[in-house]
Design a protein around this ligand. Structure first.
Ligand code: 3H9
Length: 697
């Protein structure tokens, strides 16, 4: 038939196998192979039932995302799927791994579905800015009802096989060998004389329920939660067609809505985010066969919020972890903090009591460096001061076994200097977690000048094991994320001096899609951190690099953010909801006056330009210096660590989308109007003048 889809007959059962690594995506060859194989099985008089099964780790994980945006090639997936459903012989999809997107749509077009107990099924298209475009929005509601289909399609979150079985998405669960399970099921159908059971012909789940109410409720929920996203409301419109139109027309409506999503800039940005997240794990110049050290045990130095969060990441991954603290009291508080944090997950229902105990059994507290002599990796998470780091790394050097990886969680200090405190700088690497470490997905893996290849490869592997998005970066002040966020923070403060309010800046940023406004975020992390960096930078930055003075004034007034109940916003006791801070007005006006600035109205567009272009200009410098390997790595860092909207693709993708010539021209204006710190990055200037993009590098 074809290389990627084969057909064979086993008795009266035609076995169609898909073998298209890594995830059996539905590229043109698979679509063609499926169509030909199902047609051939249909035409073979000996065949009484058809089993569809996949090789490798997974059933079909969806359409081939790489084909989006390219000219379509026949046969289209909807045509292949309609053909499968129309078949006159019962067909069975045998699901293992994940049946996602087009993969589940293929399974829904088969007349029966069985799944291995550990499989997952879902329609995650919305996460790529799309909707299920091969019948999923018409067939899933016919199986699970409109309300549940809306939940699955709008969230894009897959469900486990057990739930899928309860909902009727799969008919039977099995353990063990795929083909054997498929053949057994097929033979049973043949013996019982069962014919095709076409999902598209079903209407039972669409009747007798208030589907219109489910649609209205979902629309309202989307409007509240993700008003700026293009595809979720279209997902709802498509599902609505499942009960307001006959199947053929519903499918047509789905195609129209899918086509709208396909050309949306958000789709391009989200697909960029998908692929670049995977690309970021590949380190340029690091041979594929670089050996990776075994990591079976870990330790964390420092039992503060960060240290405990990091320890929890190891425990979550099943790796025993010791937390080292300076006293028995601090040690016990640290392990208790881990238990309390897990306890909150139990309260929320996202963790069972048994799982809590299992994880806590992996967490222990120690006070003596000698107890770390057997661990494979240590992550230091102590106070950000070189003297303190020196003591820790000297102690680690003296106590840890040869070959142990010595990592620092520093967010701004010079990793090379830290490595020099040991006699094994090749084993030192940065593992920069983001707070709260047990929640945030980003991990900057900092490669020092002496870090060996195998240590870097192991650090990246640790990231994967901890289910983080690990991105390699070079050494500089703040690495990639914080170095850029400094520019973003400074510009947002300048905007306050020029006439904006925190509420206005934050609203504009949220409208752009940021998960949090710049000032709400500052209040959350505490203003003292920014103030300490500011004070340090006042001593090092050239005189012409102006810095805002608002933070100093706020600190004097005891406004340090949520921790003092007052910052850019005020917080009622026990609440994290930001309310306008009436005392701030006077501080802002004083700062404006001091700078000789007449306060003025600032538009949302202007706020976005100032904040985003500050990120982009610094990002370009970082790229030029080689601190980040690729522009897309910067995007991955911002999406996963800073709440940058994936549907904008990350700051560098956004810059390309706006057009580098336009970004450059605006930055030149800011440079002239505002000051030296806006000097355009030479790389940005070069690309803009050559009519190129960051993506071209
Ligand atoms: C769709 O189906 C639209 C239809 O409704 C309508 C059409 C008309 N295509 O994630 P991993 C690559 S939209 C192409 O590291 P894991 C991936 O880039 C689609 N390539 O593995 C990587 O490549 P590389 C709906 C794909 O085990 C490699 O496979 N489906 C695709 O951690 C391994 O990926 C989805 O959105 C693809 N569809 O996770 C599912 N998927 O090695 C998207 C993966 O070169 N996929 N690759 O870096 C996933 O969620 C995960 O990949 C999966 C495996 C859970 C399957």
């Amino acid at each position: 038939m074809s290389d990627v889809v084969t057909l064979e007959r086993q008795g009266a059962v035609a076995v169609i196998r898909v073998n298209n690594p890594p995830v059996n995506a539905l590229g043109v060859a698979v679509r063609e192979g499926l169509q030909n194989s199902f047609n051939a099985a249909e035409a073979d008089a000996q065949v009484k039932a058809i089993v569809l099964v996949c090789e490798g780790n997974t059933f079909i994980a969806g359409a081939d995302i790489k084909e989006f945006g390219k000219p379509p090639q026949a046969p289209s997936l909807p045509d292949v799927i309609s053909g499968i459903e129309a078949g006159s012989k019962p067909s069975i999809a045998v699901i293992h791994g994940t049946a996602l997107g087009g993969g589940l749509e293929v399974a829904l077009s088969c007349h029966y579905r069985i799944a291995r107990k550990d499989a997952k099924v879902g329609l995650p298209e919305v996460k790529l800015g799309l909707l299920p475009g091969a019948g999923g929005t018409q067939r899933l509601p016919r199986v699970v009802g409109v309300a549940k289909a809306l939940d699955m399609i709008v969230s894009g979150t897959p469900i486990g096989a057990v739930e899928a079985n309860e909902l009727g998405v799969v008919d039977e669960l099995f353990d063990g060998e795929l083909l054997a399970a498929g053949l057994t099921f097929a033979e049973k159908l043949i013996a019982e004389g069962q014919g095709p059971r076409r999902t598209g012909e079903r209407t039972d789940k669409l009747e007798g329920v208030d589907n219109a109410a489910a649609v209205a409720a979902k629309r309202a929920e989307i409007e509240k939660k993700t008003p700026g996203l293009f595809s979720p409301q279209r997902c709802v419109s498509a599902v609505e067609a499942s009960f307001t139109l006959p199947l053929a027309e519903g499918l047509k409506r789905e195609r129209e809505l899918f086509a709208e999503c396909l050309v949306s800039p958000q789709r391009a940005a989200l697909v960029h985010a998908f692929f670049t997240e995977r690309l970021a794990s590949k380190v340029d110049g690091l041979p594929k066969d670089t050996p990776v050290r075994e990591i079976n045990s870990a330790a964390v130095i420092g039992g503060g919020t960060m240290g405990v969060g990091i320890a929890m990441c190891f425990a979550n991954a099943g790796i025993p972890v010791k937390i080292l603290e300076i006293s028995e009291d601090a040690r016990d508080k640290a392990t208790q903090r881990a238990r309390d944090t897990y306890g909150m997950s139990v309260k929320r229902g996202s963790l069972t009591e048994a799982a809590l105990e299992k994880r806590m059994a992996l967490v222990s507290g120690v006070t003596d460096y000698a107890d770390l002599s057997d661990v494979d990796v240590v992550v230091e998470a102590v106070f950000e001061e070189m003297g303190v780091k020196q003591k820790v790394f000297e102690a680690l050097d003296a106590n840890c076994k040869p070959g142990a990886i010595l990592a620092s969680n520093t967010s701004s200090l010079d990793l090379n200097e830290i490595a020099r405190f040991t006699k094994r700088p090749q084993d030192v690497v940065g593992l920069h977690f983001f707070s709260p470490a047990n929640v945030m997905r980003l991990l900057e893996v900092v490669r020092g000048e002496k870090t060996s290849d195998d240590v870097l490869a192991t650090a990246m592997a640790i990231g994967k094991k901890l289910k983080k998005v690990a991105v390699p970066v070079g050494v500089c002040d703040g690495f990639v994320g914080n170095r850029m966020v400094f520019q973003y923070g400074r510009e947002s403060e300048f905007l306050l001096e020029e006439g904006a309010t925190p509420e206005q800046v934050d609203a504009a940023l949220r409208k752009f899609g940021m998960a949090m406004g710049a000032f709400a975020m500052r209040d959350l992390s505490g203003l003292d951190i920014g103030l300490a960096i500011r004070t340090r930078q006042r001593q090092t930055l050239p005189a012409e690099f102006k810095l805002p003075t608002i933070l100093d004034k706020m600190a004097k007034a005891g406004m340090l953010g949520q921790k003092t109940g007052k910052g850019f916003y005020v917080y009622e006791k026990g609440s994290r909801a930001p309310l306008p801070n009436p005392e701030l007005r006077a501080i802002l006006e004083a700062a404006s006056k001091e700078q000789g600035i007449e306060r003025r109205e600032l538009s949302d567009d202007y706020i976005i330009e100032r904040t985003m272009y500050a990120l982009i200009n610094e990002g370009a410098k970082i790229l030029e210096e080689g601190v980040a390997q690729r522009a897309s790595d910067i995007d991955v860092i911002y999406i996963n660590g800073y709440g940058f909207p994936a549907h904008q693709g990350g700051p560098m993708f956004y810059a390309d989308a706006v057009g580098l010539d336009r970004v450059y021209a605006r930055i030149c204006e800011f440079h002239e109007q505002l000051g030296a710190w806006w000097k355009p990055a030479p790389l940005l200037e070069k690309l803009a003048k050559e009519g190129r993009k960051f993506a071209d590098l």
